[in-house]
Design a protein around this ligand. Structure first.
Ligand code: PLP
Length: 390
């Protein structure tokens, strides 16, 4: 009976494999760090989002152990029932103050935060204007909201203005990654804000890759650009530079009050363990007061940009921890990634549909856990590979 059902799935899997697009998981056998053990091999890794090297930081480990001892391991309920622990509450207040907005709300993940905010704020008949290179979760959110979705070419303010000025939607929302996850470049945040003011739209920024990395103390993109506005809805994740897990949305108090009532991915899910919130509070402390980590990360970024010289492939323009090398073809990108692995270096190949067709790339992510010598090793191996490439 089920043979036909299975055959259909298998045929799709086979087709994916034929196109070189079937994905597999590596088995991680160590904590996150510069040197990891994966699939039985010790490798130098350039593929985590743990930009400040906090995922295995002793102060965070101690904070989690201490919090578990007093709060237990599970939250036991959703936030609106009895799951909202004082540790969650303290984290929200700290995060809001840190990014300079009146209030914040924590979500279980960035994916859920984006879905929750966009579906709460927007409905059928409203219009969403989204950068074409936005993260998948923002695209999914727009579809789920059933609003009219208009996508503009990457960072194209002229096209965006055309779309905004032509729109008669009662409510408008501009959605953009502040730092683009597969390119590492930034959105022109002040210019986006100016357009939102001109056309009376909300501006939602997804700062998953800027929070902890940008700004004097790691406060993220708003601090980096020096922008402030009540129409900004700021989202950042806590599983990347903050080294833990989860996400938060910060905005005006009335926006947060509204989300608390309306965001379905906030309401209908179990609160994360309170110990995660306590651990994230410890992460924010390190982020703020141990500025040497961020300084070191930016030194590594500058070092890579200065020392990596390629002809066939191309380091894409980026000032963040995401430093992609554009390769082009899917098979070439995979082959290069596999070649690096034979040299003990792990850098993932990113292929369509995650990135546009013919722009397959190696996505190098740097972390404060790396040393200059680690980055030099990567540079040497890449340059040597290019020389020998047949
Ligand atoms: C990682 C990421 C998310 C999703 O966050 P999670 O906490 O991993 O669910 C959302 N937006 C961007 C730009 C991301 O890079």
């Amino acid at each position: 009976m089920t043979a036909q059902l299975f055959a259909e799935l298998q045929a799709e899997l086979d087709e994916r494999a034929r196109q070189g697009l079937r994905r597999r998981r590596r088995l991680l056998q160590s904590p996150q760090g510069a040197n990891i053990k994966a699939d039985g091999a010790e490798v130098l890794s350039f593929c985590s989002n743990d930009y400040l090297g906090l995922a295995n930081h002793p102060a965070l480990i101690a904070a989690m152990q201490k919090a578990i001892a007093t709060a237990g391991v599970g939250s036991g309920a959703s936030h609106l029932v009895t799951g909202h622990h004082q540790m969650h509450h303290a984290l929200e207040q700290t995060l809001a103050g840190f990014v300079g907005l009146p209030a914040a709300l924590c979500f279980s993940s960035g994916y859920m935060a984006n879905l929750g905010v966009v579906t709460a704020m927007m409905r059928r008949g409203d219009a969403i204007f989204a950068d074409k290179l936005n993260h998948a979760s923002l695209n999914d959110a727009a579809v789920l909201a059933r609003a009219d979705l208009q996508r503009y070419q990457h960072n194209d303010l002229v096209q965006l203005e055309g779309q905004l000025s032509a729109s008669k939607a009662p409510r408008k929302l501009v959605l953009a990654d502040a730092v683009f996850s597969m390119d590492g470049d930034m959105a022109p945040v002040p210019e986006l804000l100016a357009l939102c003011e001109r056309y009376d739209a909300w501006l939602m920024l997804d700062d998953a890759h800027g929070f902890g990395v940008l700004g004097e103390q790691g406060q993220g993109a708003l601090s980096h650009f020096g922008v402030k506005s009540p129409r900004i809805i700021y989202m950042a994740t806590l599983g990347k530079a903050a080294g833990v897990s989860g996400a938060f949305v910060a905005a005006e108090q009335v926006v947060i009050d509204y989300l608390l009532q309306q965001a379905r991915t906030y309401i209908y899910t179990t609160a994360t363990p309170p110990a995660l919130a306590a651990t994230t509070l410890a992460a924010i402390d390190v982020m703020r007061f141990d500025s040497a980590r961020r300084t070191h990360l930016h030194t590594l970024i500058a070092y890579l940009k200065e020392h990596l010289h390629l002809d066939r492939w191309q380091l894409m323009p980026s000032d963040t921890a995401i430093q992609p090398v554009l390769v082009g073809g899917n098979e070439d990108a995979v082959r290069l990634s596999e070649h690096l692995l034979t040299k003990g270096i792990l850098v993932p190949a990113i292929r369509p549909p995650t990135v546009p067709k013919d722009t397959a790339r190696l996505r190098i992510s740097l972390s404060a856990a790396h040393s200059i010598a680690d980055v030099q090793r990567l540079v040497d191996v890449l340059q040597q590979a290019e020389k020998e490439w047949g």
